[in-house]
Unconditional design. Structure first.
Lengths: 347, 364, 364, 347
């Protein structure tokens, strides 16, 4: 396959292009479909319409309705048929239209997709990349703003990743689609429309990281580490900017892979800063922040100067648009968390 | 392509149980006929205005029901508000209106004030606004089975309360809908599955959605009767729904009603139908406007004239304006309500979170 | 109550596409008939023995298929092992046998060695043992749709590979089965939904499970043909499945085959049917034993005699004994395999866990 | 209702009776159905058969098939109709036959059951007690041995409880069924058959605790706290017994309520012992142990002498019976964890 990719690459425009995340993902999907004729894109409204977020725009026209197709309105069906297609040797890249509509597919995801490789003793791999427009922040109707990473990360057999920028999205999706295991690809829909420069060359992802695995430090700092993913990364960068005005240097770690978690990167960063705040949109209890806090509390036990703070959504159903800003960690709440870890004194 | 409303009819509902039918399905008298038009006109106006409100920035989004007025008003008018219970989706504004739900409270969900809407579902017999496609269909079955368990004696009327589950052609693909129909048919729950087959699930046409072409046709497989009806003919919808309700009310079990209609507008205010259908498609698929059709019927029967229609339409505009004022005046709910309604009995953890939220958010 | 096998038949499968049928459905010749009996006898023996193994403590549990031999062997014999693919439940031992799956490897799941069994699903065209009721039905649809996408050219034969989804009457209540049938019918996937309606889902009789009484009858609602067949008549099952497979193979889309049979044994070795049915029920519901029925057919046709049956049955006992030896010899898999098969490409976290497990468990 | 309960209580036998957990739950269900004529018990095979574990044995005969009934084989349907019945004023006590078969119901549980009270602004309460025979240890087929507490605990709007003894099971189930909110009642099936004395009088639950809320210290100790729930509680008691032979006094805290978590009890215990090991069967990553470890690491930051240990299932699909003992925390693995916290020295 890499030969084909080589060929494709030569026809690509110059490396740095300005793309929104939605465009970056669209471009990545096009390249994947181009390079791998077993790749299929399907889901609700991904064909003629090009997806409710236009992420699959133009793909059906380009690759045909046999490779990019609309399914009936049934998420369990989408995942179940994806599994069957993988058994038939295809590389399905299904979409679930919104985070909150992945729940009907949870049974197929957990009992089938995540287990088929195991159950079959490796004879039936599941190279399925499930795209899920995720997280909140767009004043959408109910169930259109949810964070399922904790649910997915708990499931043995799944890998979970969430890009925070167009650059990440483009490269991580291509990487995920090349993997022989199921990957849940959580797209932060609040960031779909923000443009940024994307380097289309391979292996140029993240600030200084040459790897598509693991986490990335997106801003170095020394007083505390903000750990985030998805849309919370840019919010944490804003917080770091503000804090810098007061002389506080916050490191921002984009966790990126939510399963497996890059434990080494977490430990390395917090060993340096000795203080950590994990930030996420999903509810607090049993959120992925608990896992991060537990890992950091263990690996940095000797050096931590304050308990790991968790600034998260509350243990309430994701609220309606009007209350969204009260629910999602906002700059103030994150700053309060920073303040708590900085001012912590042993009792 | 022919107008969808003219799709082959199907009617396997046995002849009505006369005694019970009387209460439910006496043919509408002139006053009732005029009332139906009044509802259609109000719903049409409010729907059009809500789309405008969105364009004006008053509400962030809306799911128009343009073209489905007859289906919704006809179905809603067959409901007994005292003992039946409606389980809507996100597009049943017309049913809500017909049931007398306060429309400002209803519209609050489109203003992003509260997901379920601010209306009281218990008082209105109209379940909360539901964004999960197919999500409430099973609730209707459970509720309806509850009426059987209560027994007819629980009501002052003869017959059972009936649950009305609203669903679309797209929703019919969901596993839950199958589970609901099977459950209902097994326990003979008094539930009417009211399908608005409006030709589309966002961009996907019914032909690519409903194998076999008809949700009503599936009823036979569950041993359930069904009626497929011209969903743009308000009297036909009313009559079919009344018959279905009467059947269920009599304890004879569930019924599928499939109203063939057409979603004339976009899926929602953020949709762009031009990407998946032409204006010609819309014209042909939609057929004659349900309101103008009904105006002709009323005129032909001598029940109403142009002056009546003009008066009602003007009144509808006034109502819509009043509702707009109410929607403008709608304030955000206090953030504390995020915590207040999670449980009937809150928990220490949640109490602590509410306190922290108050400290960090309210006083900043 | 009449024997279930005699339930009204239903046949909406159009006349066979002759050319393709030839490969799939030439009427069995005497050798093939004797082979069918051989398979029935082997399956019967192995099934009975597996129950005994459980009583003896050799395996912790087993789900007997007593009474369903004709349904399973008949269906299995219609499969082309080179291009079709079977998606079983937990009770398709007879299909596995017919397909030539190594029975020691198959039985390993009942010995609690490995959930999916130790056999290679890719080599055998028999998907892993599946404990989720209805869980694999959608996989069959996806796999079958993949055959359409591959195109007939991908095969050296004329026609498509066909997916065979096995499910029970109980499974038919699951939403996934509806989603599967709808998907399949929309895309005309070459899939046969093979329903073994054996009268029971653990303790729940079909009458309380399948509204309308027949899974095959639901096919019409999806615009799909169906055949309901006497599931205890191996030749009838074979013929029906062959016709269904030929239909799908020709690109004409999915088919439902409902084999009316009876679960003569307990649901599993930990079940106690005496709690929910009488021995009389079993006798009447089960009807005549599928094996003795087939023996009569073979005798009447002069294809086999008592000596043949005795020989085959003795051979079957020998095979079952051999398999027993294999099952006895089956060793536990090393604990490290818990980690080895989670992913194709393992992760650092999992690697660390495997190391810790090794340190703490292997060396203790 | 308390008047009726009063009357029922007078007809009960003498307080202390020997019951298995399966019998205790059966008895509690009978009393609930007796006292509350809006209570309904339903699920797959719960009627004539009395449940695959006989937990509902005899209830249909006693209360009739309109109050105790078999449903079709459809878990989403079971939960969805339970919600509708609750809307009609009933108190449903549905059963999902096994943990792993709750997944098809996850959509109804998360998007409907847990949210209806919120969505309806408190006008449609959901007094639904969902019984789920849970966890592993019985050498059962696939999907019959899973731990869903982390998934459930993350969902706003759900309460989650797991009894560890017949005594707990009897009282907690009656308590849960009296609550106006949805409760997931996770029954440790490995403990169904162990008999113990049950005090049928009200408010006599746990070692010394008069309350049905919160956690219980089931064995006091001073060197470290073992935190567990369900079947792991008795295993931890065994561990404590063994450790005591070496002079190590382990406290065992039965967490009991998995949502809300009794943070005060956790903090109180670990503040005393200064070391903690949390033990559960479910997979490690994003398991409920992460939440417990994060909470303890925060509340006991100043006093903790070692990182909180998590002894859990691995991040692998629940294995077949033969490998079950390799997967579920066994005595050795728990002892290794204890050793690690006791021997920990700051680096
Ligand atoms: C379970 C679920 N999946 C997907 C969606 C996204 N979605 C919202 S409406 C819709 C189409 C629904 O079509 P139909 O049931 O025909 O109703 P209509 O919109 O035509 O009224 C989709 C896919 C959803 N809300 N819920
Ligand atoms: C999703 C799911 N729910 C519940 C169960 C428990 N269970 C196992 S078999 C069975 C009955 C299945 O009946 P049927 O589909 O008719 O197949 P049969 O056992 O008769 O072969 C049940 C309820 C399960 N395995 N999977
Ligand atoms: Mg529609
Ligand atoms: Mg069965």
């Amino acid at each position: 396959m890499s030969d084909t990719l080589e060929a494709v690459r030569e026809t690509l425009p110059m490396p740095l292009v300005q793309l929104s995340m939605q465009q970056a993902i669209n471009r990545a999907l096009g390249e994947i479909l181009d390079a791998d004729d077993r790749a299929l894109v399907f889901g609700e409204d991904v064909g003629v319409l090009g997806g409710v977020f236009r992420v699959t725009d133009g793909l059906q026209a380009r690759f045909g309705a046999h490779r990019v197709f609309d399914t009936p309105l049934a998420e369990s069906g989408i995942l179940g048929t994806a599994i069957g297609l993988a058994m038939a040797g295809f590389h399905p890249i299904p979409e679930v239209q919104f985070d909150g509509f992945a729940y009907p597919a949870v049974n197929q995801i957990i009992t089938q997709l995540a287990r088929m490789n195991y159950r079959s003793r490796g004879t039936l791999p599941m190279p399925v990349t499930l795209r899920v427009p995720s997280f909140g922040g767009i004043r959408a109707p109910e169930h259109h703003g949810e964070s399922l990473e904790s649910l997915f990360a708990h499931v043995p057999g799944l890998k979970v990743v969430s890009p925070s920028s167009p650059q990440q999205a483009y490269h991580l999706l291509k990487h995920a689609a090349s993997m022989p295991d199921p990957v849940i690809f959580m797209e932060p829909k609040a960031r779909y429309w923000n443009k940024a420069g994307v380097n289309l060359a391979d292996n140029v992802v993240g600030a200084g990281s040459a790897s598509l695995e693991g986490s990335v430090v997106v801003r170095p700092g020394k007083h505390a580490t903000l750990i985030a993913w998805g849309a919370m990364v840019s919010r944490c960068l804003q917080v770091a900017e503000l804090a810098a005005e007061d002389g506080i240097e916050l490191e921002v770690l984009d966790l990126r892979w939510l399963k497996p978690i890059d434990e080494a990167a977490l430990a390395a960063s917090v060993s340096r800063t000795r203080r950590a705040i994990v930030v996420h949109e999903g509810p607090h209890t049993a959120g992925l922040g608990a896992e991060v806090a537990a890992l950091v509390s263990q690996s940095c036990f000797d050096v931590l100067r304050a308990p790991v703070e968790r600034v998260t959504g509350f243990d309430v159903p994701y609220p309606s648009g009007d209350l969204e800003d009260e629910y999602i960690p906002n700059i103030d709440r994150i700053l309060f968390g920073v303040q708590r870890v900085l001012e912590y004194r042993r009792g | 392509m022919a107008p969808r409303a003219l799709a082959a009819t199907l009617d396997t509902l046995p002849p009505p149980v006369s005694q019970l039918l009387e209460a439910d399905a006496s043919a509408p008298d002139p006053a009732q006929l005029r009332d139906l038009y009044r509802m259609l006109s109000n719903v049409r106006q409010l729907d059009r205005d809500a789309v405008a409100w969105q364009r004006q920035g008053l509400i962030p989004g809306y799911a128009p029901m343009l073209g489905q007025e007859a289906a919704q008003v006809g179905a809603g008018a067959a409901v007994d508000k005292n003992r039946d219970f409606v389980f809507p989706t996100y597009r049943e504004m017309g049913v809500a209106y017909t049931l007398g739900v306060n429309m400002v409270e209803y519209m609050s969900t489109h203003k992003a004030i509260w997901h379920g809407g601010l209306y009281d579902p218990v008082a209105t017999h109209f379940a909360p606004f539901q964004a999960v496609v197919g999500g409430s269909v099973l609730h209707a079955v459970g509720w309806a089975h509850g009426q059987t368990l209560n027994g007819p004696g629980a009501s002052v009327y003869a017959g059972l309360g009936v649950g009305l589950a609203f669903l679309g052609d797209g929703a019919s693909s969901q596993g839950d809908v199958h589970e609901a129909m099977n459950f209902a048919a097994i326990v003979k729950a008094p539930v009417v599955f009211f399908v608005q087959n409006n030709g589309w699930a966002i961009s996907v046409p019914t032909e690519q959605q409903v194998a076999g072409g008809s949700v009503a046709a599936r009823a036979a497989g569950y041993g359930m009767p069904a009626v497929r009806v011209d969903g743009n003919d308000v009297l036909a919808v009313l009559a079919a729904t009344q018959r279905a309700v009467a059947h269920s009310r009599a304890g004879l079990g569930p019924v599928v009603v499939e109203a063939m209609t057409y979603r004339r507008g976009p899926h929602s205010t953020s949709d762009d139908p031009g990407r998946y259908r032409t204006l010609d498609d819309e014209k042909i698929g939609g057929g004659e406007d349900p309101l103008s059709r009904f105006r002709k019927v009323l005129s032909a029967r001598g029940v109403a004239d142009a002056a009546f229609f003009a008066g009602v339409d003007a009144e509808a505009q006034q109502h819509a304006d009043d509702i707009r004022d109410g929607v403008v005046a709608l304030c955000s709910r206090p953030g504390s309500e995020m915590f207040d309604f999670v449980f009937q009995e809150t928990t220490p953890t949640l109490g602590a979170q509410a306190r922290q939220w108050r400290e960090e958010s309210e006083h900043v």
